[in-house]
Design a protein around this ligand. Structure first.
Ligand code: COA
Length: 315
């Protein structure tokens, strides 16, 4: 397939490190040097499903496509206000499409997993035009008294329209179960029969373990896509990595031995917006006109599970 349109939407509320330091034992200096984040967009009166619809509409407009021409909608999401129906069904109605749709929860790697599903459906001859939407509000998962987690995240939605083409050169996915490094529990409705002990626990993270996994997984995943496509790191024009921590991005860059100019980043303004992170960055680069036709783009992401993946595509 090929990416024919992109769109993204951010909540209007901007929270600075200084604002966080008013109620947390933290500082702009600590957050900036340890993570690279200075500000993040945080949901206040917005609804995530409405942001997702708007991002999808922008991607359709960018692609010049009518919603009725879509054959499939894939939405990547970890949490939102609905348990059911799935967010992709809400997006389908919001944009006026009529195709089947599916939600996936592959944490921060959801965009890469969604691309692989779209590409596989396309290769199987089942679809021609696919809308992928990532919509995430990780700021609703964290404990805002926990300085170790809440400073890292921001919210947002982003979408791409995929159409027939051979621009996606390789996608590699991986998963390695490690459920005690990054997780959250929620309590479901009680029943008269529940006897087990249940807890409502906000997002928990072993930051250094996640850091090590991220660098190793991204280096491996990107290398596998390059090998698959028969090209070298030097042949890649743009690296778009999951915006979780600028130190993780820099470590991956060192591993790839590539110049800083190829690594685009928006973590300073956005923080980690989970699976929306990569497509928001993609949309911003697209709208800034940073990509030329024929440019080779490598993208990678990792997240809770652990899951990870990389994609290599020609613009
Ligand atoms: N402000 C000030 N101090 C903080 C802080 C904050 N916001 N958060 C943590 N600290 C403190 C810790 O309490 C610890 O203090 P101590 O030594 O007195 O116990 C100290 O800073 C160092 O903590 P540590 O966890 O070792 O820091 P770190 O350099 O590993 O950075 C992360 C922490 C979370 C920024 C880093 O590990 C990371 O980015 N990991 C990956 C997270 C990620 O990507 N998650 C999403 C995956 S999709």
């Amino acid at each position: 397939m090929k990416i024919s349109g992109t769109g993204s939407v951010l909540p209007k509320k901007v929270v600075t490190n200084e604002m966080l330091s008013r109620f947390l034992d933290t500082s702009d200096e600590w957050i900036t040097t340890r993570t690279g984040v200075r500000t993040r967009h945080v949901i206040s009166d917005e609804k995530l499903d409405e942001m997702a619809v708007e991002a999808a509409q922008k991607a359709l407009d960018d692609a010049g496509m009518n919603p009725e021409d879509l054959d499939f909608i894939i939405c990547s999401n970890v949490v939102n206000e609905y348990v059911t129906p799935q967010l992709s069904c809400i997006i389908q109605g919001g944009i006026g499409a009529a195709c089947p749709c599916i939600d996936i929860n592959c944490a921060c790697a959801g965009f890469i997993y969604a691309l692989e599903i779209a590409e596989s459906f396309y290769k199987a001859g089942k679809v021609k035009n696919v809308l992928v939407v990532c919509a995430e509000e990780p700021t609703r998962m964290t404990d805002w008294t926990d300085r170790r987690t809440c400073v890292l995240f921001g919210d947002g939605a982003a979408a791409v329209v995929l159409t027939p083409g051979d621009n996606i050169r390789s996608i590699k996915l991986s998963a390695s179960s490690s459920t005690d490094k990054l997780w959250q529990y929620r309590i479901l409705q009680p029943t008269p029969y529940i006897t087990k002990e249940e807890q409502d626990v906000p997002l928990q993270m072993k930051g250094q373990d996640v850091f090590k996994f991220a660098v190793k997984a991204a280096g491996r995943d990107i290398s596998r896509t390059l090998k698959d496509a028969g090209i070298s790191p030097d042949d890649v024009d743009h690296y778009l990595l999951h915006q979780a921590n600028i130190r993780i991005v820099n470590a991956i860059r060192d591993y790839m031995e590539q110049p800083e100019s190829k690594f685009h980043s928006n973590i300073e303004d956005h923080g980690n917006s989970s699976s929306s992170s990569c497509p928001i960055l993609l949309d911003e680069c697209n709208r800034k006109g940073l990509f030329k036709k024929g440019d080779m783009v490598a993208m990678s992401a990792f997240g809770a599970g652990f899951v990870s993946g990389a994609v290599l595509f020609e613009w």
